[in-house]
Design a protein around this ligand. Sequence first.
Ligand code: IPD
Length: 298
Amino acid sequence: GGHDLPALRELAAGLAEEAGERLLAQRPDRVDVAATKSSSTDVVTAADRASETWLREQLARCRPDDLVLGEEFGGAGTETGTEVTDGAPDAREAGCLTWVLDPIDGTVNYLYGLPSWAVSVACVLGDPTRPGAWAPVVGAVYAPVTGELFHAGHGAGAVLETPPADGRAGERALRVAATTDPALALLGTGFGYDAGVRAEQGRVVAELLPQVRDIRRLGSAALDLCAVAAGRLDAYYERGTHVWDHAAGLLVVEEAGGVVHGPVGGFPGRSLLVAGPEPLVAWLGTRLDELGAAGPEG
Ligand code: IPD
């Protein structure tokens, strides 16, 4: 109700694109990944923070009444427990919008110079810190290296805008794959940062791998979801993504005719995302359940 969806969508897309272009311009040509772990991750941390700061400044200027939740600086009622925005619960009850930001999704790819990283910007209703208590209104994911911009609006479809090639910029509607047979399915997945969780994720991959066409680990949850929306992956699953990793991408999948299962939203360890065409998601959800892929908390 009440919100100018096309304007919000244009804002999300514009912010993701400009933040991404800034990150691309600012990435040093040669990042010394072998330098002490802290100094190489510092490069990414600095870029991540600068990107989120810039996004927050733009939002403060053009959407002063909205709330913001971001990977780097948190927000109202986040896992850090820092109540940054006073009165956030009241504001949410009053139908206030929250912008959910991942300033760089795919930070390890950004560090190594691999192309799969993106800026993810979503605008949601409800409380994105609680699984099941929110819904995306618009979402945009921009991958600066390829120049691909994915965006969606609730009930308004999902598109991929590509940069001008031979003088022509492209825009096409997104549609998930029609694949129903698991044996023909190309899956995407991702791994968390915790060693214990990773060991479990490896065990699940070992069980699934003989049953499907193949499994990719591209390194950006936001782009994995967009790949599903574009039919470049048949389905995707991952345990433990944060809400900023999937808030925009899941709307892109849904608006491309796919479904997203799992207690999405909130913080890691509590989500097992499964996204794709409904028949594959049904099969994969059951298989992952059998394999205990959600972990002890799931
Ligand atoms: C990570 C990426 C990765 C996924 C991890 C995320 P980050 O986000 O999306 O693909 O497997 O779960 O944490 O740390 O690059 O923003």
